[in-house]
Design a protein around this ligand. Structure first.
Ligand code: DX5
Ligand code: ZN
Length: 217
C-alpha cells in the first residue's frame, strides 16, 4: 500500500484550517509541504512560520520539500518548525553528504530530490545515507503540471540501486500524479505518491485520497 502525501500547495490557503482537518481525517499518511524561494524555482510559496502554524493542528508527519538554494542555512529552523522528513535538491547541494548528515543530526529523515533531467546514478555513492529519494515527475515550481512519462524508467533504475545497496530508502514521486497514472507509477516501484491538484482540485478530496490509497499492485 502506497504512502499518500497530499501537497498543500494546491489547497485553498484561505481555508487552510479546513484543508488540514480534511487531511487529518482522511486516509492520507503525510502532509507534503513545498517551500520555494524564487531562485531555484520560478515561484515563491511559504516558509517556516506557516509550517510551524500548520504543525500545531496537523496530526500526521511533515514531508518538507525544499526548492531553495543554500538549503543548509535553514535546516535547524525547519526542524524547529516541525519537519519530520526534510528533502533537499541534488542540484543545489555541492556537499550533499554533509547535508544528509546535518539533517539527520537534527533528528529528521533525510530526503534528496532529483529534477527530471538528473540521472539517478548521481546518488550511487550516497544511497545508503538517504531515507527517501524524491523523483520529480514535473519541473519543480508549480502544481497542476503534466506528468513526464520518462520518469517511470528512473523509478526502475533507482529501485535496482536501492536493492543492490540493501537500503530501506523510499522512492517518492512528485508532480502530475493522477488516478489514471498512479497504478503504473506504483507498479514501477514507487513507495510514496505526492498529489496536489489531483486531491485538492477534486470535488471530494477525502474520497480521492481513499482511491489513491486503495491502489494495489
Ligand atoms: C512541484 C511541487 C509538487 C506539487 C505537485 O514543484 O514539488 O509537490 O505540489 O502538485 P501536482 O500534484 O498538482 O502536480
Ligand atoms: Zn513537492
Amino acid at each position: 500500500m502506497a504512502i499518500i502525501a497530499p501537497s498543500l500547495l494546491s489547497a485553498n490557503f484561505l481555508c487552510l484550517d479546513r484543508e488540514i482537518e480534511m487531511n487529518n481525517n482522511s486516509e492520507a499518511d503525510w502532509f507534503h509541504l513545498d517551500v520555494m524561494d524564487g531562485r531555484f524555482v520560478p515561484n515563491i510559496t511559504f516558509g517556516m512560520p506557516v509550517i510551524a502554524a500548520i504543525k500545531k493542528v496537523a496530526k500526521k508527519p511533515f514531508d518538507v520539500h525544499l526548492m531553495i538554494v543554500e538549503p543548509e542555512k535553514y535546516f535547524e529552523q525547519f526542524a524547529k518548525a516541525g519537519a519530520d522528513i526534510l528533502t533537499v535538491h541534488y542540484e543545489v547541494s555541492p556537499h550533499l553528504h554533509r547535508n544528509l548528515q546535518a539533517i539527520k543530526a537534527l533528528g529528521m529523515k533525510a530526503g534528496v530530490a532529483l529534477n527530471p533531467h538528473t540521472p539517478v546514478s548521481v546518488l550511487s555513492e550516497v544511497i545508503g545515507d538517504i531515507d527517501m529519494v524524491c523523483l520529480m515527475s514535473v519541473n519543480p515550481g508549480f502544481g497542476g503540471q503534466q506528468f513526464i512519462e520518462g520518469v517511470t524508467l528512473k523509478i526502475r533504475r533507482l529501485k535496482h540501486m536501492i536493492h543492490e545497496a540493501c537500503s530501506n530508502c523510499l522512492i517518492e514521486l512528485d508532480g502530475g500524479i493522477t488516478l489514471a497514472n498512479a497504478h503504473a507509477v506504483l507498479a514501477s516501484g514507487a513507495d510514496v505518491l505526492v498529489a496536489g491538484n489531483t486531491v485538492f482540485g477534486s470535488p471530494n478530496p477525502t474520497e480521492t485520497i481513499s482511491k489513491l490509497k486503495s491502489i494495489f499492485v
